[in-house]
Design a protein around this ligand. Structure first.
Ligand code: FEO
Length: 402
């Protein structure tokens, strides 16, 4: 099989027919895609022809071309729907238009979503946890992985070829850059875009992700074919280990300083804290201006860091809006076991510190407060800079063994 028509052979009978998206600016309308994203789909030819997941609807035309090219007039017998989010289910109606007798394989929650999204109620085959199905000579076993990423999410294990079709599990941002396999791609970019995907898309569901990963560990896997990102044929264990690390919320040490400022006074204090952290031996310090920084990148850096400094001015008697947005996002992710220092600036209302403190209190110990809280009136005074140094010392000590 030639690979110059957008189709890539994975084995003699398994083909990648994914579509690259370099046009969407924001994944889910929220998350930046500087390197695009790929929607992976796989066609398995044989006694029964099986499609695993589809692609986002704007790409249906080219997607259908690939399927009809591979099937050469033969029927499509089954579509396994591992996940109903429309980046994967968006071409189901096009599939049913071309292949009206195709059977859709999903679980009970998939069936409900098929009805709600597309009014599809017929030709649906329901599977559950551990269900084994022979599709002709090919044997599949299904495992439910609820909340990774939606309640209906599941993975399909092809026991014949020892391939795990893992849906969003082991996914990442980033379109393909020619190669579709792990041994053909720049791993540094793949891993950073994978972590950004994990933190912002899956991170809130890290506890269910750990349960899903425990199930994956019981399988004899030669290859992992996820719904986004590269296919892992050289080192599938590597991607499993990465996802385990992120799901356990293990950090690489270091401190992120995130600040919001109108006229620069909060920035001056933030830089003072960052300088002091470096002077006290913290080797990995990142500083972000939240007015200009990409929220998904900041959140990813925070996920991988042991400490966080939040510094914000007050705006209209509330926390500065870009900082409020950051806190909402962090709270949604249920981060645990990290250290946080606070710096609030104000001129007549102490709202910034009040709201920063409330964020720490609401975390129920997820964020461990490092003293002192630094409250700065209008612009940092000499005593405030001393407090910046003290906070940096205490933070460096707190994260020493993280
Ligand atoms: Fe890639 Fe949750 O969809």
């Amino acid at each position: 099989m030639s690979s110059n028509n957008g189709i890539v052979s994975i084995t003699d009978s398994v083909f990648w027919i994914g579509e690259n998206d370099r046009e969407t600016d924001k994944f889910e309308g929220l998350w930046s895609l500087p390197h695009g994203v790929v929607y992976n789909s796989y066609l398995l030819r044989g006694e029964k022809n099986i499609l695993i997941d589809t692609v986002k609807s704007p790409f249906s035309g080219d997607f259908m071309r690939k399927i009809s090219f591979l099937l050469e007039g033969r029927p499509l017998d089954y579509v396994i729907v591992n996940h109903m989010e429309p980046d994967h289910s968006g071409s189901l109606c096009a599939i049913r238009g071309f292949y009206p007798d195709v059977k859709i394989v999903g679980n009970a929650k998939t069936a409900e979503m098929l009805k709600n999204f597309f009014r599809i109620e017929d030709n649906v085959v329901t599977v559950g946890e551990g269900t084994a199905v022979d599709f002709g000579s090919r044997k599949f076993v299904f495992a439910l992985v609820p909340m990774v990423h939606w309640p209906e999410s599941m993975v399909a294990y092809d026991a014949s070829d020892k391939i795990l079709f893992s849906s969003d599990v082991f996914g990442g941002f980033g379109a393909t850059e020619g190669g579709i396999f792990d041994d053909q791609t720049d791993m540094s970019l793949v891993e950073s875009e994978m972590m950004r995907y994990y933190v912002n898309i899956v991170g809130r569901f890290s506890a269910p992700a750990l349960k899903a990963l425990a199930k994956v560990r019981t399988l004899d896997i030669d290859m992992i074919c996820p719904a986004h990102g590269p296919i892992w044929r050289q080192d599938p264990d590597h991607v499993i280990s990465l996802y385990e690390k992120w799901s356990r919320q293990e950090t690489d040490g270091g401190v992120v300083v995130a600040y919001g400022t109108m006229y620069g006074n909060t920035k001056v204090a933030s830089d003072a804290i960052a300088n002091a952290l470096a002077e006290r031996g913290v080797s990995r310090v990142s500083v972000y201006d939240m007015v200009r920084s990409d929220l998904s990148e900041v959140a990813t850096d925070i996920w991988g860091s042991a400490g966080l400094i939040l510094a914000s001015c007050t705006y209209n008697m509330e926390l500065f809006p870009p900082m409020a947005r950051l806190l909402r996002h962090l709270e949604n992710k249920n981060m645990k076991g990290r250290y946080v220092g606070l710096c609030g600036t104000y001129s007549w209302s102490e709202a910034s510190m009040r709201e920063l403190s409330a964020f720490v209190d609401r975390s129920n110990g997820g964020w461990n407060l490092v003293e002192p809280k630094i409250l700065i009136k209008s612009a940092p005074a000499p005593a405030d800079f001393e407090h910046c140094g003290l906070l940096a010392s205490n933070m460096a000590e707190a994260i020493k063994y993280k």
